[in-house]
Structure formats: C-alpha cells, structure tokens
Design a protein around this ligand. Sequence first.
Ligand SMILES: [Zn+2]
Length: 401
Amino acid sequence: MEINENSIEAIVKQVLSEMTNNSSGESCNREKQIPKVSKAAMLTKLENYEIKEFPIPKIGDDDILVKVEGFLICGTDAHEFKRDPFGLIPLVLGHEGTGEIVKIGKNVKRDSAGKPLQEGDKVVTCMIFKDNPDITMFDLNKQNVGGADVYGLLPDDDIHLNGWFADYLVIRGGSTVFNVNGLDLDSRILIEPAAVLIHAVERAKSTGILRFNSRVLVQGCGPIGLLCIAILRTMGIENIAAVDGEQKRLDFSKELGAEKSVNFKNYKGIEALTEGVKEAFGGCLADFAFQCTGSPMAHSNIYKFIRNGGGLCELGFFINGGDATINPHFDICSKELTIVGSWVYTLRDYATTFDFLKRAKGIGLPLNKLITHRYPLSQINEAHRTNLKMEGLKIAIINAM
Ligand SMILES: [Zn+2]
C-alpha cells in the first residue's frame, strides 16, 4: 500500500475514533466485537455435525449472550450422536461448556446463587426450570435434573444457539447461570461432570457410613470414577482403592488420590478378585463402595467387596444398562448393607462443585489431565469419533485454539 497524506489522515481518524470508543467504557468495546453471526456445530443427522452460521439475535432484557471459550463432550452427547435417543435431531448439543458474558440484559443483575453478574464474567449454565421459574437452589433438596431442561439438549428453534457446541450461546431469562470467575478454563469445563460426583458423594454421606477414615472402594476408572476419587481425596479420605481393568487408568487414579489399585484382569473369578480387594485394604473389605461402571456384572460383583454393615452408592447406570443378578440374602440382608442410588445432580451441588475444584487444585490433584484431547470447533466430528473410540478420558473443544 502506498502511504500518502490522505491515507495518513484516514489512519489518524480511525485511531482517534477507536480511542474515543475505548474511553467510553469496556462494554462498548465488547459490544463492538460481537459479530453478526455465530458458528454452531449442528447435529444434522446421525454421526454428522455441520458447522453452520446463525445470526446472533437481539438480546432481550432478561437474556445473556455468552462467548463460548470451551466445552467437553459428554457420554450423553455420544448417545445422541450415535442413536438420537431423545429424538432431537437437528440440534446444537453441548452442556459441559463455559464462556464469557459479552452482553447482558438490563434486568439480569445476579446469578442463581445471588452473586453479582456483569459483562466480562465467566459463567456456566445448569438447568432451566421453565415450568417452575420460582425454584431456587436453596429449596432444591431432592429435585434433580429430571424434569428440567438443559442447554445442549433443547429442541431446535428460531434462535438455534441453544447449546455450547458453538461460538456463542444465548442464555434465556429464567435459566440457571453461575458466575465462576476465579476458576481456570479446564476447571470450568469440568464443573458439570464433577457435579455428578459431588451429588453421589452427598448421597453416600447420607448413609452415615462414609467417614474420613473409611476404607473406600471405587469401581470403574473412567472420568466418573476418577472424579469420584479426587472428590473423596479432597474430603480427606486417604484409604481409597480403585478397581478397573486398564492399567493406565489405574495408574492415573493414584495421581488423583487412590492409595491402592486392583486390576481385575489379574484375577480369575470373583473369589480371587475379592481377595485382591482385601489385600489392597490390608486384609479388610471396604467400608463403603462406589459403583461407577455401566456393567451389570460389575454391579453384581461389588457386593462381595463390602464388609458387613457397609455401604454402597450405585451411580454407574445413567441410562438403562440391563438387569444385574444379585443374591439378596448374602449380598444385602445378612450383610445389613445400606445402599443409595445417585443420578445427575441438583442446583445446590453446583456451588459445592466450585469449591471442590478450587480445593483439588490447591492440594495439587492434576484434574486437568482428565482432559486428554483438545480440538478446535471445526474438528468436532473428529473429536466425537475419538470420544467413541474410548481411547482418552474427556475430549475438549477449545474455541481459542
Ligand atoms: Zn454431561
């Protein structure tokens, strides 16, 4: 480009106008950066995302526009990708996401926990109670996500920006949203899966059997079991034994707080495996066990690893995985076992999850290593196929890549 007097004048004018814009406040600056359209990965048919562009709508007085920074692919997304069990195609998936508020309606002053909320804040979403907008996290003792809507599992509509698999998400009035400033990006995308375990541990504590000095067995070292171990460790529980068939995962379980690990592939038959568990606990059975796999056989087995008067939390069957065989006399009655089931979480568990993530970081648990793969949004199909191969743990899409 040839620089003459005219172009210098134009540059000076432009610089001056930018300076004036800057001095009129950050929000004006942010608003200027909001594009007219947002990319979104829409699942248009089974096993196929298309990156589409949708206009960013006008943000209403009760709404929030979030620039998505990253998200994780969940098992639920994998089910939807492969089979569409919820009959939602076409849709924009993604509920394990986080981002920054770039525009906020004038009526939105606080998040669902009562913290102030403004442009520039980092946020996550939880559930949408459209049939019961008065619900708050403080009167949610028992009600979990069943019966509520969730961003990333909403039917498509005129706005389209309904899930985190995108550059922007429109949070409608009445949704639950949390200010999570102070947590790094990896911690923020782990909030949703971690909340599942916070809930499970709360359920476990309700038995009165899970204490700081309990011998705790965690069966299954996928992301759910590994997060379970990390949460128990942040509670001060040290006597944790992990059970899995993959040595790599068992090794990682030790980094997250397991004291011992038992590879079931090294044992033939349930009696031998029970002996292996006993050995891990210095000759004793577990006081409490968490069942974190979706295998009916694993459910049948776990009773053998628990002592008389012990407790069990079953959380592995997020969806129907079939029937399991147990012996009610030996497994439950004569042992006087206390059993709780756990499914999803409540809003209340979210607040606890933020603290857990801070504590985990504080005591040096490498939770970020749960995220084994990172892709840009443009490679979402590839990311999803990696997820289906079950080679890694959690697969992330990071928009800043
Ligand atoms: Zn999830």
